[in-house]
Structures are given as C-alpha cells and as structure tokens.
Design a protein around this ligand. Structure first.
Ligand SMILES: [Zn+2]
Length: 428
C-alpha cells in the first residue's frame, strides 16, 4: 500500500535560529526552505498529492502565489516540489481536484478539459476525475434521512465527469498517466454501483471520496462493497484518509494507496496529540509544550494593546519559560520547577479570560499541566533517531511558531512512514 502525503506548502527554514527565534535576513523562502523529504534526507512517503485547490481559481482556493503557480506550470509538480524521480525512485505524483474547496457550490467550478490541462502541466503520474463530494453516508438504505435527490445528482455529475475525463485524458496525456475514477455514494451499495460503472468506462484505478468524516468501520464497509464488484487487479485508493492511526486494519485488505495529511497536521492542530512515537506495539502520543510568542501571536498582541497584558512582564515570563524548558532538557532543573514556570506564563497569557471566568482558566491550566507532565517525564525527543529531533532537540516539542510546529509534523511523518513500511514488511 502506498502512503501519499498531500502537499500544503509544508516547509521549514533549515537554518532557523531557535535561540534568537528568527531566520537569517538573507533567507529566500522558496529556495532556502525545505520540504519534509529534504529535511529528513529521505521521503517518508511513497508520493505527494497536489490539489487544484492550492491554485487560485476565481473566488475559490489558492495558497500558491502567482509566481509559484507560473513556476509550477513551467516545471511540473516534481521539479517544483524538488521531488524528482531520479532522487526519489518508485514514487508517485498525484493530482486531485480539491473538491472540498467547492463542495458548497452547485457544480464543480471548472471543466473536465481544465482539469486535464492542470494534470498535463503538472506531469502527474496519477490524476483524479473531477468529482462532486457527497458528505452523507449511512450503512444501509433504511437509514436514509437526507435529501436523496441531491446525493443522486452529485453522484451523476461525478460519473458523467469520469466518463468524459478518461476518454480525453488518455488522448491528451498518454501512457505515463493513470486516470483515477473517483467514487461517490451515500451507502456501501451505491458506492459499489458507481465503482462498477467506472470499471465499464475503462478505469483500472478507482478512489473512494468523501471518506474524511467517516468512522473506520464505515470506511471498511464502503471499501469491501467496492472491492466485491471490481476486478482483482483494479487498484483502490482512499482520498483523504484521516484514520491514520488505524492504518494497520486496512493494509492487506485490498487497499492500494491512501493520501493523508493527518500525521503532520496534528502537530499543531490537535489540542493533545502533537508528537508521536511508535512503541513497537502502538503509537504513543505526547502533548507539545505551549509557549506562544507574545510579539507574534495576534490574540496576545491584542491583549497588550488593550492593556490587559503587560508587555514587559509577558516577554520576561515567556523567556523564562523557554529557558526553563531548555535547562530541563540538559538535566539542570526538575519537572516540578519547569511546570511551575510554564504555569506562571500560561496564567499570565490567559489573564483576560481569568477576569470573567477564573475557574475555567484554572481548570484549563490544570489540564494542560497534566498533559505536559508525561512529555517532560518521558522526554521522547531524546530517543528519536530522526534527523529533525537529532538537530532540533527539545525545540521540536515546544508548541511555538512554524519552524518548531512543522518540524514536529515532519517528525510525525517519519514515524508514520516507518510504521507503514514496517506493516508492509519493508522497513529499511
Ligand atoms: Zn523525531
């Protein structure tokens, strides 16, 4: 099973100065910053996925600048992402329509031809047919409580696009490209019916869409239903596989590839499980140590402006908190002292909320303390062999700014990639 990572401009500055907390003034982000595969010195994933949603298109999406979009068009996805096949052999480069970005619209905002041009420009190895997401899903027909006309309409659009897509893509792009037919349905049965139609159109690779909000059991029932009606040699992908932790339940069950961002995202989007390790039996999760920057955090800046937070005092406690965590890393202070210093800072930056609801703030700080304590006791960053932890040390566990937070995400990707490889029996 291939693990594809969905690219979302996840770069860090390799020369970031953690002590001064800044990049070099000479830094040129596009050329100097590095992707996960560059930072780790290898790719923890089997491929990358680029969504059309990263590009500006009328009123939707767009994360790349105009210059980046032009370079992408000129160079293709691999060169743009510095993920050349010579350096990363046996990898794949997926293109996707980014249907989430236009899920609320009546119909997809671009034509099949436009998507094919996007895939041709990107020189992708795989590209998904232009789909229209169905969010509703139930395990049986009897449970349907939603507007079934709307889900039928969306499935119809997805299938019509798929028919046009495979015919035109084969003519326009040719043999090195694999068109992937996207399946949308609202029950396992309706997904299987869509899959059968895609097979008739000539698809040899199909992808289950709309799986992001589903439970692992629901994903499995959809996958099994689809598998039961398609030829054995047809490959199956799950788009936006958010059940990263349960990947072992899927390997060997007729699943050929997944794409996910969740190991990276949880490093800074999750309130609790920001850093993980593999114990040999399960993932062990740790909470990162939150020390937000007063001067670059918008909520904190507002508090300073409105006089709710004394800037000098805040900066002083912030510096102390970082200093204490670094001293702790060197064995120069205790867990108890470190937590005390951290709690002082957390209390200060929550001073505004304390005025209205002190009990709530106290409770939050208590919860945070109980989550951070195991992180300090186990010091997982010291035992990790990945290049990120080796180079950044304790900074990787501090929840603060892009350079620490994304590094932590890259560490998670390396742990996750190892786990997938181990499950496949091919760990280096
Ligand atoms: Zn690591």
């Amino acid at each position: 099973m291939k693990f594809v990572f969905a690219e979302n401009m996840d770069l860090v500055d390799p020369d970031y100065d953690f002590v001064k907390d800044r990049s070099s003034p000479e830094r040129e982000p596009y050329w100097d910053d590095m992707y996960t595969h560059e930072m780790l010195g290898y790719a923890p994933y089997d491929g990358l996925l680029v969504s059309k949603g990263l590009f500006h298109d009328g009123n939707i999406g767009g994360k790349y600048s105009e210059g980046q979009e032009m370079r992408f068009k000129r160079e293709g996805a691999r060169k743009f992402l510095r993920f050349e096949e010579e350096k990363y052999p046996n990898t794949v480069m997926w293109g996707d329509c980014g249907a989430f970005a236009y899920a609320n619209q009546e119909v997809p905002p671009f034509s099949v031809e436009e998507i094919i041009e996007f895939y041709a420009d990107g020189q992708f190895t795989h590209g998904c047919s232009p789909d229209h997401i169905i969010f509703d899903f139930v395990d049986t027909e009897f449970d349907i409580t939603f507007d079934d006309q709307e889900v039928k309409r969306r499935q119809q659009i997805t299938l019509e696009n798929a028919a046009e897509f495979i015919e035109k893509a084969n003519k326009r792009i040719g043999n090195h490209f694999t068109p992937v037919g996207v399946i949308h349905g609202w029950t396992p049965k309706t997904m299987a019916e869509a899959a059968e139609k895609l097979i008739k159109m000539g698809y040899k690779y199909v992808a289950l869409g709309g799986m992001v909000p589903l439970k692992a059991d629901q994903i499995k029932s959809a996958l099994n239903a689809v598998r039961s009606v398609i030829p054995k040699e047809t490959e199956v992908h799950i788009l936006g596989f958010a059940k990263a932790d349960q990947v072992h339940e899927f390997i060997g069950n007729g699943l050929n590839s997944i794409d996910t961002t969740s190991p990276l995202l949880r490093a800074f989007k999750d309130s609790r499980t920001n850093y993980f390790t593999w114990t040999g039996e399960n993932f062990e999760y740790f909470t990162a140590i939150r020390i937000p920057q007063v001067l670059s955090s918008n909520p904190l800046k507002k508090m300073v402006q409105s006089g709710q937070l004394e800037l000098e005092k805040a900066v002083k406690l912030e510096k102390q908190a970082i200093k204490e965590v670094r001293a702790f890393d060197k064995g120069e202070t205790t867990t108890k002292n470190t937590l005390e210093v951290l709690r002082d800072y957390w209390a200060l930056i929550n001073a505004d909320k304390s005025k209205t609801d002190p009990t709530k703030v106290n409770k939050e700080i208590q919860v945070l303390t109980s989550r951070v304590e195991p992180t300090l006791k186990k010091q997982p960053w010291k035992y990790c062999k990945c290049k990120i932890c080796q180079q950044a040390g304790v900074e990787v566990i501090i929840f603060r700014g892009n350079n620490r937070n994304r590094r932590r995400g890259m560490h998670n990707l390396s742990v996750y990639g190892d786990r997938v490889r181990e499950l496949k029996g091919e760990l280096r």
